[in-house]
Design a protein around this ligand. Structure first.
Ligand code: NAD
Ligand code: WQD
Length: 351
């Protein structure tokens, strides 16, 4: 019989791609999302790709009665927790909203899971928990630090989940937690169908959606934030990872947790990146050569809070989860561009 996985935030950018990969891997998927940063159209498009309906609940994960109802109605085997707010700048302006949404939703979720004896959890963490790393590539045992409220929500949640796992040891728990903390590097790209992708509200904060909106003529010019970093061309270097590879990483993490013996508890962190770093100028050049579109850009001052270089060592995920990113920068850009050209206004365009 298929295992059933509850996907919080499943209407969002990464969650929607994960729903496709989970379904294709034979999991039954239930989505809970409050649609605060997504649209129902994303769920419809996922259904179109997988060729069957998704069980969808519009609810806030902080709403305990609503969440309990879902656990009551379905026999859930595991949870993937994507739901959360994710904009670094906004988190500095509205820290309480971020702590409330991200941290309280996780507390309500783990309380409800414990109540219904569900012990398998995959959590969306972020490379942001490494702060400004002393060196690259980054391994999972690097010191953790947060440099903004968003990052602190992720760090707190990681701590909460590690504490839960530790408590199992102290309590000699019969059904210990099995938790994977997946630290994503820079997710980009879209499903190869062009049906689902990243649909940011307003002006994008992140490089790839900004770049593609300049290329399609929705935005005038890309600002390159600084060319005086100690990197090969002076611009910031990041580990861009295709969202479909990332989604498949969740399937592998779930398989890994579900294969553990009932009485074996764990809380392990894994980097999900490609292990390759690319600079902003390299991204622009590759974007231009892959799409044939010129990208108007100018060099401006550094963006406060940015770091010079960030890329992953992914050996642990390869060794333990049997996962390695398959797609290259060319694929990431081709798929981003297909999504952008087919959906110039994101999910506002109904297919
Ligand atoms: P997203 O905003 O597209 O998706 C998040 C989804 O969660 C949205 O559909 C939103 O409506 C929903 N949501 C938010 N709060 C909720 C709540 N309280 N109850 C129910 N639903 C709620 O973001 P994404 O890019 O898909 O990111 C998913 C997760 O991955 C987030 O936790 C994010 O912090 C993390 N992450 C993202 C990135 C990135 O660059 N995209 C990088 C590292 C980590
Ligand atoms: C990438 C590079 C910028 C925009 C953020 C979060 C991180 C994680 C992923 C959630 C940097 C440069 C960008 C632009 C530019 N999210 N840039 N002009 O900052 O690495 O990571 O998203 O967990 O926590 O901080 O991603 O795409 O914003 O920037 O020059 O208009 O592109 O300076 O070097 P970042 P990004």
């Amino acid at each position: 019989m298929n295992k059933t996985v509850l996907v919080t935030g499943g209407a969002g950018y990464i969650g929607s791609h994960a729903c496709v990969e989970l379904s294709e891997a034979g999991y039954d998927v239930i989505v809970v999302d409050n649609l605060s940063n997504s649209q129902m159209e994303a769920v419809r498009r996922v259904e179109q790709i997988i060729g069957k309906p998704l069980v969808f609940y519009q609810a806030d994960v902080r709403d305990k009665p609503a969440l309990s109802d879902i656990f009551q109605q379905h026999k859930i085997d595991a949870v993937i927790h994507f739901a959360g707010l994710k904009a670094v700048g906004e988190s500095c302006q509205q820290p309480v909203a971020y702590y409330h949404n991200n941290n309280v939703s996780t507390l309500v979720l783990v309380e409800t899971m414990a109540q219904f004896k569900v012990s398998h959890l995959v959590f969306s963490s972020s490379a942001t928990v490494y702060g400004d790393p002393q060196s690259v590539p980054i391994t999972e045992d690097f010191p953790l630090q947060a440099t903004n409220p968003y990052g602190r929500t992720k760090l707190f949640i990681e701590d909460i989940l590690r504490d839960l796992s530790q408590a199992d040891v102290l309590n000699n728990a019969e059904l210990p937690w099995k938790i994977a903390l997946l630290r994503y590097f820079n997710p980009v790209g879209a499903h190869s169908s062009g049906l689902i992708g990243e649909s940011p509200n307003g002006i994008p904060n992140n490089l790839m959606p900004y770049l593609s909106q300049v290329a399609i003529g929705k935005l005038e010019k890309l600002s390159v934030f600084g060319d005086d970093y100690a990197t090969r061309d002076g611009t910031g270097v990041r580990d861009y990872i295709h969202v479909v590879d990332l989604a498949q990483g969740h399937v592998k993490a779930l398989d890994y947790l579900l294969a553990k013996a009932t009485d074996e508890g764990l809380c392990e962190a894994f980097n999900l990146g490609t292990g390759q770093g690319n600079s902003v100028l390299e991204m622009i050049e590759t974007f231009q050569s892959v799409t044939g579109q010129m990208v108007n850009y100018q060099i401006v001052d550094r963006r406060p809070g940015d770091i010079a270089e960030c890329y992953a060592n992914t050996d642990l995920a390869e060794k333990k989860l049997g996962w390695k990113a398959q797609k290259n920068l060319h694929d990431m850009i081709t798929d981003t561009w297909r999504w952008q050209t087919k959906n110039p206004n994101g999910y506002e365009e109904k297919l």
